[in-house]
Design a protein around this ligand. Structure first.
Ligand code: DGJ
Length: 741
């Protein structure tokens, strides 16, 4: 834990009992009203669609008209749901702060607000009307010796984020169990949507009623998880991509964490999140501080608007990637562990000839790593398979004009490795006598041990310094079971997560321009905290386009397309065994950061020619794909999905119509293209690349458009009236270029 950062009592304003402060933050169509009535702990009185400009009387009206009646058989005053919900305010659900001193005292604080600052300035006056801003509330329970900081920041994108910290201002240690933040949501939000999943099927949506009780998504994997809640939404039943008010949260943490939706018997309900701490993991000595992760909150009309706030936020980051995301070839499904210089230089030649711009060497280049049983953790180039080192391959790749990328799995070891033999005490385990169960034959290296951290950092740095390497694929292939520091037996997932972030930060600082891909058995580490220091996520080890239609669709609920690794693999999927046309594989993959993961030596000339065309399409459209707004149509039928990207000025769009199943009805609903301007005239052009999608029967308008290379159509026809859908076989896709004329 860190020592306390800012002493509380230096702040100028100190709300006292009887002193009320209210803040209205608004940006991009979202309002947040924060209320500190009578110097109590801050509560969000309103979070939703913009309320317009509010003067002091308006703010008072928002807050006072939100005060509830007192129901029968309840506490005698209206219950207040604070950002840190507490029993002292009458909240009978989960408290935001749980913990106690070793004698059992201090478990039920009554936090009150001691100081408020907005963008670093003490709050002047009793109300504030402002745009995007960071409000900080310093709370304390002086009797219990607890000080809490709550930060609430409304970002320019309309995305809201909250986090809380706890300082032990007492003299004895304080054992923290949980510090979560909560946002009340209105009762009209009576349906939940979040995600489940597993390896090769990440981010499977699940809907449920928002019922009395707690919908608690706890993660104890020590990594974000293939089954992470990802984004937890609450909305009016039946909310879709374009309709229904939706409130959503995402806990930005790559270690153990939770998302929850809780409704109590009064009907009041909230969304909340925070880090999940293991027993004894955070024990604060006097003056020590713990800070929880940011919990992001997005409100919008429909899932598209919720997603677009996340996307706008990510795109506004200083280190956000260039729109010229390089076409990438990853060798994993082409060669697996079979590293051979001649074969790989041949693959590089074939890739460069197609227009590939980045070549990534995956697992197997180091130590004794000839399969997944050995060598993990020894980040030294293998003399067995690379007798002349990596330079011949890297030089070959860079001479071809491509960037070189390399795979690492810095937090892991095989027990059969030099590092594990030399330092068994660096392996996470509950005791020296007992190892956690192995998973993929590996164990976890404890990066919270400074010497272990330095060892990994130095080995990685040496490889990066010796070669022209612009990109790391950072993998993490097992859950953290019984993840403790071996000598003490104390849980160490919290420390491990912080150490991983520090290692990423340090390597990026030491190697400016280094790009990092976040991979974890495919897509098990996709969250906004890891994306603070990474530039791409590997969505899934399943590259089957039918599965990817779903996984990409829902991964993009949080992150924009340019951050989603999206590859074209061989015709038969290595993980599902399904066969797909190149057209369906490629039309699926171009809505993401395009890559190839296919042994090109096994591809036919026709396939290579078609692949070249798809790569050209991607490079011509990537500016649009990576600056435009993602839109997904709500359709009455589930078998035909329509999604696209529309430029911010709505003059250009690329859409995909994908048959993801077979309908029970023989004719489809019309296609309505969301996001376009109804008042603009567009040319719509079905794209012809490679072989025609099988089973394609175009309706008359589309036949004309194909014959004339596009058809002029009023925007309102495309958005409202709709155009007849073609027939198309399942697992086929068709792309449309749409341009304003
Ligand atoms: C899991 C990743 O998801 C794969 O893409 C590949 O890098 C393997 N690990 C390598 O071991």
């Amino acid at each position: 834990m860190s020592p306390r950062s800012t002493p509380l009592n230096t702040a100028v304003t100190a709300p006292r009992p009887g002193v009320t402060s209210r803040l209205h933050l608004s940006a991009s169509g979202v309002s947040v009203v924060l209320d500190v009535t009578d110097g109590r702990a801050p509560a969000i009185t309103y979070w939703g669609a913009a309320l317009g400009v509010l003067d002091a009387a308006g703010l008072e009206a928002v807050c006072e008209s939100a005060v509830d009646v007192v129901p029968q058989n309840a506490v005698d005053v209206p219950v207040r749901i604070g950002i840190i919900p507490q029993q002292a305010d009458g909240w009978i659900g989960r408290p935001g702060l749980s913990g106690a001193r070793t004698d059992g005292c201090g478990w039920t604080p009554r936090l009150v607000t001691r100081a408020i600052t907005v963008d670093g300035e003490p709050l002047a006056g009793s109300h504030l009307e402002t745009g995007a801003a960071l409000a900080r509330f310093d709370l304390s329970d002086q009797e219990l010796g607890l000080e809490v900081t709550v930060e609430v920041e409304l970002l320019g994108s309309g995305l809201l984020r909250l986090r809380a910290g706890l300082t032990n201002a007492g003299t004895s240690p304080y054992r923290l169990e949980e510090l979560s933040v909560a946002l009340p949501v209105p009762a009209q939000a009576d349906e939940l949507l979040d995600f489940a999943g597993r390896w090769t099927k990440e981010r499977t949506p699940q809907r449920s009623p928002f019922a009395v009780g707690t919908h608690l998504r706890e993660n104890r994997r020590g990594r974000t998880g293939a089954d992470a809640a990802h984004v937890l939404h609450a909305g009016a039943a039946g909310f879709g991509f374009r309709s229904g008010q939706v409130w959503a949260i995402h806990t930005a943490h790559s270690g153990n964490h939770r998302h929850l939706a809780e409704k109590i018997s009064t009907g009041r309900q909230l969304l909340g999140g925070g880090e999940l701490l293991l027993p004894g993991e955070v024990e604060l000595d006097a003056d020590e501080t713990y800070f929880g992760p940011w919990v992001y909150a997005s409100h919008g009309t429909g899932l598209d608007q919720v997603a677009s706030r996340f996307h706008r936020h990510l795109r506004s980051r200083e280190h956000h990637v260039d729109t010229r995301r390089p076409v990438t070839l990853n060798v994993w499904e082409a060669v697996y562990f079979d590293h051979d210089l001649a074969r790989l230089t041949d693959l590089a030649d074939r890739a460069a000839a197609l227009g590939v711009e980045r070549f990534v060497l995956d697992d197997g280049w180091f130590g004794s790593r000839r399969d997944d049983t050995s060598g993990l953790g020894d980040w030294v180039v293998s003399a067995d398979v690379w007798p002349q080192g990596l330079a011949p391959l890297i030089d070959h790749v860079t001479d071809l004009g491509m960037e070189f990328g390399l795979w690492f799995e810095p937090e892991m070891v095989n027990e059969d490795s030099d590092v594990a033999r030399a330092h068994p005490e660096w392996i996470m385990s509950p005791s020296p006598e007992r190892m956690p169960l192995p998973s993929r034959n590996q164990q976890v290296l404890n990066l919270s041990i400074p010497a272990a951290y330095a060892h990994v950092r130095d080995q990685m740095s040496a490889v990066l310094a010796a070669h022209d390497i612009g990109y790391i694929k950072w993998d993490h292939n097992r859950d953290l079971l019984e993840a403790a520091t071996r000598g003490t037996g104390r849980a160490a997932v919290h420390e491990q997560t912080s150490a991983t972030y520090a290692l990423m930060d340090e390597l990026r600082a030491a190697h400016p321009g280094l790009e990092i891909e976040s991979c974890s058995s495919g897509g098990a580490r996709v969250d906004l905290a890891v994306l603070e220091r990474t530039d791409r996520v590997w969505v899934s080890d399943c590259i089957d386009p039918l599965e990817r239609q779903q996984m990409n669709r829902w991964t993009s609920q949080l992150i924009p397309l340019e951050l989603m690794g999206s590859h074209i693999a061989s015709g038969r999927s290595h993980t599902t065994g399904r066969l797909h046309t190149l057209g369906f594989r490629a039309a699926t993959a171009v809505f993401g950061h395009l890559g190839i993961e296919w042994d090109l030596a096994a591809a036919s000339e026709e396939e290579l020619a078609e692949l070249r065309e798809w790569i050209a399409l991607y490079t011509a459209r990537r500016e649009l794909l990576f600056t435009g707004d993602l839109v997904r149509a709500d359709r009455s039928e589930e078998s035909l999905w329509l999604h696209g990207v529309v430029s911010p000025d709505r003059t250009q769009a690329l859409f995909s119509l994908a048959a993801v199943g077979r309908s029970g009805e023989s004719q489809h609903d019309r296609l309505r293209f969301p996001g376009l301007d109804p008042a603009t005239r567009y040319r719509i052009r079905p794209l012809r690349i490679g072989a025609e999608p099988s089973g394609l029967v175009p309706p008359p308008w589309m036949r004309r458009a194909l014959e004339q290379d596009g058809l002029l159509v009023p925007g309102a026809v495309l958005t409202e009236a709709g155009v007849a859908a073609p027939l198309i076989d399942p697992e086929q896709a068709l792309l449309f270029d749409i341009t304003a004329v």
